[in-house]
Design a protein around this ligand. Structure first.
Ligand SMILES: Cc1cc2nc3c(=O)[nH]c(=O)nc-3n(C[C@H](O)[C@H](O)[C@H](O)COP(=O)(O)O)c2cc1C
Ligand SMILES: *[C@@H]1O[C@H](CO)[C@@H](O)[C@H](O)[C@H]1NC(C)=O
Ligand SMILES: *[C@@H]1O[C@H](CO)[C@@H](O)[C@H](O)[C@H]1NC(C)=O
Ligand SMILES: *[C@@H]1O[C@H](CO)[C@@H](O)[C@H](O)[C@H]1NC(C)=O
Ligand SMILES: *[C@@H]1O[C@H](CO)[C@@H](O)[C@H](O)[C@H]1NC(C)=O
Ligand SMILES: *[C@@H]1O[C@H](CO)[C@@H](O)[C@H](O)[C@H]1NC(C)=O
Length: 388
């Protein structure tokens, strides 16, 4: 009997017995490759879910430009995990709750927005649309959600600021240049252009091992400063009156150090898994902080991004204590349709989030905490400070 089973497992008659799960960019929900004409755009209303934008962009952009957006670091295991990990956290819906008036309204650093999600900073929006970041800024303004352009944007800091609608609040991402004159000038320009906060990226002392993008000759160097430390962070804060939020926090230790150094907020991210392969997904970092030092979520304002593609992904991060959730690639892909595409994504995600919150039985997003989650096996793998 046992020999028979072994024979079955190892024989050619059981192909796929040991096959790994195929790697999916997006799940098969009917909008698959055949549905997207190469080099053309389908109608916007054929998009029914956020991952559909990836399929569209993959067929619309040329291979080189798509590879730049899509790349993760090295074998892209961290990229894959950032998408798949959300399915390992189970939701625990409550029933018989009046969910008629769910509001997504959120306050970020005292500024009012209509959703707890935002457009994360991503370089080179010009690869999909000639108006590049202007579309992202305008869509964010029309919908009143937060957008933070990248310092490596296609458009200039001042050009992006110029399309803001009255009262629109944007933050700006900052790479720390080794050239101190440039760094001072970048900070001054961001402040002068009217941005209300700075995400300083701390997860890239050097550019990651980005195999996929390197095949198309994308430059492998970023103007970032490998000497940047907490002391340099303090010096940077002294250069501006804007809140300076470290983006790329990936451990409970660094979350605590950020608070110790007076950071007004922290941003959990592994740079869309583009920097260090097999780094923990930001969802796992949020769980690590929740298990070891839950006070972090009340002592400082926590942003997070990485692999967020569904309303339920956002609910899970909010339940852990994250206050605002970013999306990078999906917004970049949506820009193949221009501003209208970006706005369509925002509406779709607002709708999904409202439907998901309703079915979870959350009448008010502020009630979300970990009682709404079953973290299951993930808890067994949490890094513990006390046994370290
Ligand atoms: C094409 C691309 C360019 C990016 N450029 C930057 C950047 O200039 N600065 C930065 O801090 N993060 C950058 N990121 C990381 C994003 O801010 C964000 O952390 C990441 O995209 C989130 O993961 P997601 O794409 O799965 O949503 C970039 C990401 C992508 C996909
Ligand atoms: C929802 O809003 C309506 C109209 O403002 C109000 O009458 C109702 O009491 C609200 N329900 C809940 C559960 O807050
Ligand atoms: C949410 O904010 C908008 C303005 O941005 C406002 O019109 C609306 O009444 C708010 N909704 C609730 C339930 O507070
Ligand atoms: C892809 O398009 C860009 C313009 O966005 C162009 O510069 C580049 O040469 C093209 N690459 C390929 C491989 O066609
Ligand atoms: C440093 O940056 C300034 C301002 O952008 C620029 O004028 C100068 O040429 C740069 N210096 C070096 C050595 O690159
Ligand atoms: C920042 O400014 C404070 C107060 O002016 C000062 O005490 C501190 O030494 C400065 N830090 C750095 C690193 O420049």
């Amino acid at each position: 009997m046992r020999a028979a089973i072994l024979f079955f497992l190892f024989s050619a008659s059981a192909p796929g017995a040991f096959a790994v799960t195929p790697f999916l960019n997006e799940p098969d929900t009917g909008f698959n490759d055949g549905a997207v004409p190469t080099g053309q755009l389908p109608t916007l209303n054929s998009i029914k879910a956020i991952p559909d934008f990836e399929a569209v962009a993959r067929h619309f952009m040329n291979v080189s430009d798509y590879a730049y957006y899509r790349t993760g670091a090295a074998g892209e295991f961290a990229y894959r995990r950032s998408l798949e990990i959300f399915s390992q956290v189970k939701l625990r819906p409550r029933t018989l709750i009046d969910v008629t008036n769910i509001s997504l309204n959120t306050t970020i650093f005292g500024h009012k927005f209509t959703a707890p999600f935002f457009i994360a900073p991503a370089a080179r929006a010009g690869l999909t649309h000639p108006r590049a970041e202007l579309n992202l800024a305008e869509a964010a303004g029309a919908e009143n959600i937060l957008y933070a352009p990248s310092l490596s944007a296609t458009k200039k800091i001042e050009e992006i600021a110029a399309v803001a609608v009255p009262g629109q609040v944007m933050f700006h991402q900052l790479y720390v240049s080794r050239n101190k004159t440039k760094l001072a000038s970048d900070v001054k320009r961001i402040e002068a252009a009217g941005f209300k906060g700075i995400f300083v990226t701390v997860d890239n002392p050097v550019h990651g091992v980005r195999t996929r993008e390197s095949r198309y000759g994308w430059p492998s160097t970023t103007d970032s400063d490998p000497e940047f430390t907490w002391e340099s962070y303090q010096a940077l804060r002294n250069m501006t009156s804007l809140p300076v939020i470290p983006k790329g926090i990936q451990s409970v230790e660094d979350a605590l150090l950020a608070i110790k150094h007076g950071a007004p907020g922290i941003y959990l991210s592994n740079h869309g898994a583009r920097q260090l392969d097999t780094s923990q997904s930001p969802l796992e970092v949020a769980i690590e902080i929740h298990e070891n030092a839950p006070e972090v979520f009340s002592e400082t304002f926590v942003f997070a991004d990485g692999g967020v593609r569904y309303g339920t992904d956002i609910l899970k991060l909010l339940a852990l204590g994250v206050k605002a959730v970013g999306l990078g690639r999906p917004f970049m892909y949506s820009n193949v349709f221009g501003r209208e595409g970006v706005q369509y994504l925002i509406d779709l995600l607002k709708e999904e989030l409202t439907v998901d919150a309703s079915n979870l039985g959350v009448a008010d997003l502020k009630q979300l905490d970990t009682k709404w989650l079953n973290l299951g096996r993930l808890l067994a793998f949490v890094y513990r400070l006390d046994t370290a």
